[in-house]
Ligand binder design. Structure first.
Ligand code: MG
Length: 169
């Protein structure tokens, strides 16, 4: 059985993962309006990944005998001025999520919940990958600057990203 404190920390993180999904869905709409189909594809994969992150924790809380109560999801920002602007926001958001996952791990440690600690390890590793991937795209966008051809080349590259349903835990 999961402790009340551990459970509420997971529920809070489920909400953050669902907010991430919502944020990337809004970003997908931003790129769709610019007709940058590779960026749209990248955001679409991101949306599916965030959903998988949320569902992984959702299933885990239930598996541990906890009751899931969902909270409202915040309205995402929608005031970006450029693809660079969007990816700066993505990196800042993923850094925030990393800090939240670390807090979740702290709770597991304080609650001496070893099973939860093992489960959360997957998310800790996933965040390293998220920040690295997003950082790469952000660097490319910084190099590209106002070069339209560079932007179209990157758009084409981002078209190849595919969603692979992660095995969490
Ligand atoms: Mg996530």
């Amino acid at each position: 059985m999961i402790s009340e404190r551990m459970k509420s920390a997971f529920l809070d993180q489920i909400n953050k993962e669902l907010y991430s999904k919502y944020l990337y869905l809004q970003m997908k709409a931003y790129f769709a309006n610019l007709n940058l189909k590779g960026f749209v594809n990248w955001m679409d994969v991101q949306v599916q990944e965030e959903n998988a992150h949320a569902m992984g924790m959702f299933d885990y809380v239930i598996e541990r005998g906890g009751c899931v109560t969902l909270e409202a999801i915040d309205k995402p920002d929608n005031s970006w001025n450029s693809p660079l602007d969007v990816f700066k926001a993505v990196l800042a958001h993923e850094q925030f999520v990393t800090s939240k996952i670390n807090e979740l791990a702290d709770v597991a440690q304080e609650e001496k919940d070893r099973a939860a600690m093992l489960f959360i390890n997957w998310y800790i590793k996933e965040q390293v990958e998220e920040e690295s991937n997003v950082g790469d795209i952000l660097s490319q966008l910084e190099l590209i600057g106002a070069d339209k051809n560079g932007l179209f080349a990157l758009d084409k590259e981002l078209m190849s990203r595919t969603f692979v349903n992660p095995v969490i835990g």
